[in-house]
Design a protein around this ligand. Structure first.
Ligand SMILES: [Zn+2]
Length: 253
């Protein structure tokens, strides 16, 4: 027999199911990722409509079904309204949710990832979406235990070249010295500024985000290496990142 239980969670993604139902992937701190069905939610009269929308933080009363949990009640805690008023913020939020969905598994507590996503969605209501996304990537990499070695060669422990950009390889797990370069798959060249910024992004707490001033070059390098690092370890491409780029290109023309 199933049982009822209450969880707090963020709706990562949704898809319509049958006539009026919707299937949700919810990230919870205690039970990891939960797949749940909200029955009849697409009817105008459903009381579940608001809390079951994508990127909504809510309290759910779930019934443990045979294969899927069933949403019996939900109460919105935060809708992150301002995020929905700008396409760039909304696409960034979807990108963060996609990463959170990719790195979490059902049944495995993920309070770190839940806290990071909740905090980042809150920051996204007011801070620079670019910096929120890069901080999220850097801190996710650390949460997964994949923090790169950037102070010395990740392959041999040797000294990095003392001037010019430093090669970083996801396969090697960090920076490479001149003699190890070329032996560890794709490499990304980072300026000293970017190496330092990566470290600061991983340590940064949200309220200090606006203090971080990065050059255009550094922004470009980080925007390339951080997603590449995540994609290497996830062994998949992050789809919403591409949508975000289309939106950015749209701004320039
Ligand atoms: Zn080396």
């Amino acid at each position: 027999m199933g049982k009822l239980y209450q969880v707090r969670g963020i709706v990562l993604s949704t898809r319509d199911f049958q006539e009026n139902d919707r299937i949700l992937n919810i990230l919870t701190p205690s039970k990891g990722k939960i797949t749940a069905i909200a029955k009849g939610v697409r009817k105008a009269t459903s009381s579940l409509r608001s809390g079951t929308q994508r990127l909504c933080l809510a309290r759910f009363l779930l019934y443990e079904g045979k294969s899927l949990a069933i949403v019996t009640q939900c109460q919105v805690e935060d809708f992150f309204g301002p995020v929905r008023e700008s396409l760039e913020r909304l696409l960034t939020a979807c990108y963060l949710a996609e990463i959170a969905e990719a790195v979490t598994v059902p049944g495995q507590p993920s309070s770190g990832m839940f806290g990071l996503l909740k905090g980042s969605l809150t920051l996204l209501t007011r801070e620079d979406p670019f910096l929120v996304a890069r901080t999220f990537e850097a801190r996710t990499i650390s949460l997964l235990g994949l923090a790169p070695r950037l102070g010395s060669c990740a392959a041999c422990g040797g000294t990095l070249s003392s001037r010019g950009p430093v090669a970083v390889s996801p396969a090697a797990g960090g920076a490479l010295c001149p003699s190890c370069q070329g032996g560890y798959g794709p490499e990304y060249y980072l300026s000293r500024e970017s190496l330092g910024a990566w470290q600061r992004l991983s340590d940064l707490r949200g309220k200090n985000l606006h203090c971080l001033k990065l050059s255009a070059r550094c922004r470009g390098e980080l925007e390339e290496v951080l997603p590449a690092y995540l994609e290497y370890y996830l062994e998949r491409k992050l789809k919403s990142r591409r949508l975000l780029h289309l939106e950015e290109d749209g701004h320039e023309h």
